[in-house]
Design a binder for this molecule. Structure first.
Ligand SMILES: NC(=O)c1ccc[n+]([C@@H]2O[C@H](COP(=O)([O-])OP(=O)(O)OC[C@H]3O[C@@H](n4cnc5c(N)ncnc54)[C@H](O)[C@@H]3O)[C@@H](O)[C@H]2O)c1
Length: 275
């Protein structure tokens, strides 16, 4: 049973954030969300009734982050866990392929959401997390460790998130634990961003199952709900007391490919199948 009954999740209106909301509720938590889409906020609140409250706002705004914290405390009395999760992907936009005119604006937008948004959420939630001796969990990505999971903008932003997690864990000890979950590709979600005219693009248009099968040692695509256990682990004081400043690589083994061919299950299949 959970010992972390109230959580605030940014980007809780869709994709991974919404899956985290569903999982936390199933574990007995009450959840507040902050999402820039008023429509998605309403949808999630309606879906889960009185167990979820929502604030529509932009994670790049200190005032909106503070409003989300205030709404959570007003409804549920406290915050035990902050999940910084709202983020956008750059669809592997390269520096060479991005025009000079768009590049500066694109950096401001993507880094503004993916990194500044996390820092502002952390700042806004800090007084409440201090009171509960709570914890913060931030969504990283395989792009927080390896190249090729995004373009320079996304990869730099997620490497920045790893540094932010370590620094916050350092600054907030011994009161508040700070950790991260680094998913690999997630089936069916993630939207591009306006600075690079990517609004209409959807990750679901990519042949994700085939790509993941070829790329990952675990040879399958993983979907949002399959990543939520990492957040439950870090949120739960009982199971993760010693963990702070750590990031769980939860990515199908992207870093474990080495020089082997994708079909590395063959040897074990030949040796043990039917044994
Ligand atoms: N989809 C993937 O393959 C993948 C892989 C690794 C990590 N991630 C990370 O997971 C997190 C969630 O991504 P997702 O794939 O669920 O995306 P998504 O687009 O499905 O959901 C992101 C949510 O964040 C909200 N949001 C975006 N910008 C915002 C802003 N400025 N202010 C407030 N809310 C905002 C959106 O409205 C949306 O509801 C991100 O941090 C992303 O980098 C995604």
């Amino acid at each position: 049973m959970c010992k972390w009954p109230v959580a605030l999740v940014t980007g809780g209106g869709s994709g991974l954030g919404k899956a985290i909301v569903e999982r936390f509720l199933a574990e007995g938590a009450k959840v507040a969300i902050l999402d820039r889409s008023e429509e998605r906020v309403q949808e999630v609140v309606a879906m889960f009734g009185g167990k979820v409250v929502g604030t529509s706002g932009d994670v790049r705004s200190m005032a909106d982050n503070k409003a989300a914290v205030a709404r959570c405390v007003e409804a549920f009395g406290k915050i035990d866990t902050l999940v910084g999760n709202a983020g956008v992907w750059d669809y592997n936009a390269s520096i060479a392929g991005t025009s000079e005119e768009k590049l500066a604006e694109a950096i401001d937008e993507l880094v503004g959401i993916n990194l500044k948004g996390y820092i502002l959420a952390a700042k806004a939630a800090l007084p409440e997390l201090y009171k509960t001796k709570g914890n913060a969990i931030f969504t990283v990505s395989n792009a927080g460790f390896y190249p090729g999971g995004g373009g320079v903008l996304y990869t730099a932003s997620k490497h920045g998130v790893v540094g932010m997690i370590k620094q916050l864990a350092h600054e907030w000890a011994p009161h508040i634990r700070v950790n991260g979950v680094a998913p690999g590709g997630i089936g069916g979600i993630s939207r591009g961003f306006p600075s690079l005219s990517q609004e209409g693009i959807r990750f679901s248009n990519l042949p994700l199952d085939d790509l993941m099968k070829q790329m990952l040692p675990l040879e399958k695509a993983f979907y949002a709900s399959e990543y939520t256990g990492g957040y439950v682990f870090f949120a739960n004081r009982k199971d993760n007391g010693p963990a702070t400043g750590s990031v769980l690589n939860f990515d199908g083994g992207i870093g474990m490919r080495g020089f082997m061919s994708p079909n590395m299950g063959k040897e074990l299949d030949e040796k043990f199948r039917g044994a």
